[in-house]
Design a protein around this ligand. Structure first.
Ligand SMILES: Cc1cc2nc3c(=O)[nH]c(=O)nc-3n(C[C@H](O)[C@H](O)[C@H](O)COP(=O)(O)O)c2cc1C
Length: 469
């Protein structure tokens, strides 16, 4: 063998050895979930992102164009979740001609010592056990089923660290929700997972058992969500494992399809009756979640509440915009049904004020409200609380692969494939959840002070300029 052939074999040998070493390292010790699941290949992602950024900036998409969340927004969340300060140089890359709104800054802003903490409100004043949520920004409903066990664990620890609530989603209460001991909102979906009998009807004893847990602070009756109004939830068969089937009381390995509506609720009167029943059984605040189509429905609800008295009112309404996310939904509904949160929220605030019910019924808003600016906008437009699902997913490493419904989520967040989810380490991710929530709240305070108000609850519609809706 001549010198060149020996050198060639040596170089190839060293390269193969390096790949094997990196493969073993990634499989066993890599911190990044994608690198663990895709050893060696995962390292090309940042490279591809860098090349992609160049490609998009000069040839195709701008950093602000990608949907449902632009690269700029996702990177803001990744940065703050990592505990970094999202500072930029040179100038904004927002196109000011397309800016949907802006905050009217005070010419003379407030100093830090002139500001106050965000007042804590009470939800459910007529309940045996009302709830005073410590945070105005919280986690929206996502079930153990749509999310993996380590993702739920990470969110449980992280929400507790951040002092915000975690919403179980419609899939019932899993042990992973309780692990970190956060405040929990239990969602009752149309299939009543977690609180149902064999036939799928509400089981009052199970509901009592759940309500007796001190971590459970409120109950959210799910009428609909923005991504699929009028359609029950779908958990694809691949995700219905033995454990999930037991938690939900359903058969293993079959599509788990929730009915389109609650059997008990055929009109507004039934809805109020059902909420009162749930509140009597649980002794805790009960509200409902919906996407809004025609606001007349809300007026009819308020008329009925006025007849019965405000005690019978829902304790809160979670209003989810059409832009809301989902684990799995039909594209036709996702793209074409319901008002966006930018249309629905100002409407609901106006109607509740008209009926003098704004204080009694707290408004919780969601729908792509994942940054400090989005959250401040929503609070100024009448939200008492803002919740997010995908913001929290990004904080634990979701890369927006858009594969939640396939069970092949590469970051281990929305899959039950043990190989993929093994890579997500709850104790690494919990800090990221807490960092995200803390930095978001800090920046909401920064916006408030820039507008000359002492805390976010003082920010009004009049502080928002350029609102087209
Ligand atoms: C993976 C995933 C699972 C979800 N599961 C539920 C659910 O079980 N119940 C529900 O009411 N909404 C569910 N949602 C909707 C969210 O709770 C939320 O309303 C919507 O995504 C808007 O918030 P976002 O834009 O911050 O994601 C889910 C969303 C996602 C992304």
């Amino acid at each position: 063998m001549d010198f060149l052939s020996t050198l060639f074999i040596l170089v190839i040998g060293v390269a193969v050895l390096c790949i094997i070493v990196v493969f073993i390292h990634d499989k066993l010790w890599a911190k990044d979930a994608v690198n663990r699941n895709y050893p060696v290949l995962g390292h090309f992602r940042p490279f591809a992102e860098t090349i992609g950024e160049f490609y998009r900036r000069y040839i195709d998409f701008d950093d602000r164009e990608e949907l449902p969340f632009s690269r700029a927004i996702r990177h803001w969340i990744y940065e703050v979740s990592d505990g970094q300060e999202p500072i930029r140089g040179f100038g904004t890359r927002v196109n000011f001609l397309k800016r949907p709104f802006f905050f009217k800054n005070a010419v003379i802003p407030l100093n830090a010592d002139e500001t106050t903490d965000v007042p804590v409100l009470t939800i459910g004043p007529y309940c045996k056990t009302p709830y005073k949520p410590p945070s105005f920004f919280n986690m929206s409903a996502m079930s153990y089923g749509a999310l993996s066990a380590p993702a739920v664990e990470a969110l449980s620890y992280g929400t507790e660290m951040a002092g915000c609530w975690l919403n179980t989603g419609e899939g019932g209460l899993a042990p992973y929700h309780l692990q970190g001991n956060p405040d929990i909102v239990f969602e009752i979906g149309t299939a009543k997972y977690g609180v149902r009998d064999q036939q799928g009807n509400l089981c009052k004893n199970k509901l009592r058992e759940i309500a007796a847990k001190p971590q459970i602070k409120m109950f959210e009756l799910k009428l609909s969500q923005g991504a699929k109004p009028g359609k029950g939830g779908v958990l694809p068969a691949k995700k219905v494992t033995q454990e999930i089937a037991e938690i939900r009381n359903i058969p293993v390995g079959e599509d788990s399809i929730s009915p389109n509506r609650h059997a008990e609720v055929t009109d507004i009167k039934d809805l109020i009756d059902f909420i009162s029943l749930l509140r009597n059984i649980t002794g805790k605040p009960v509200g409902f979640k919906t996407a809004l189509g025609d606001p007349q429905w809300l007026r009819d609800l308020c008329d009925e509440i006025k007849i019965r008295g405000e005690k019978d009112a829902p304790d809160f309404i979670t209003i989810d915009g059409a832009e809301g996310g989902t684990g799995a939904s039909p594209m036709t509904l996702m793209d074409n049904a319901a008002l966006s949160i930018h249309e629905a929220l100002p409407l609901i605030e106006t109607i509740l004020k008209e009926y003098d019910l704004k204080d009694r019924i707290k408004i919780i808003a969601s729908g792509k409200l994942v940054t400090a600016a989005d959250v401040a906008w929503a609070m100024a437009n009448g939200a008492d609380y803002v919740v997010s699902a995908r913001g929290f997913m990004f904080s634990i490493g979701c890369i927006m692969a858009l594969k939640c419904h396939t069970d092949r989520c590469p970051s281990g967040v929305a899959t039950h494939n043990p190989k993929l989810q093994k890579a997500l380490k709850p104790h690494d991710k919990k800090h990221k959840v807490a960092n995200y929530v803390n930095q978001l709240r800090n920046e909401v305070a920064m916006i408030s002070h820039s507008c000359g108000v002492k805390n976010i609850r003082e920010l009004q519609k009049s502080h928002i300029g350029g609102q087209t809706i």
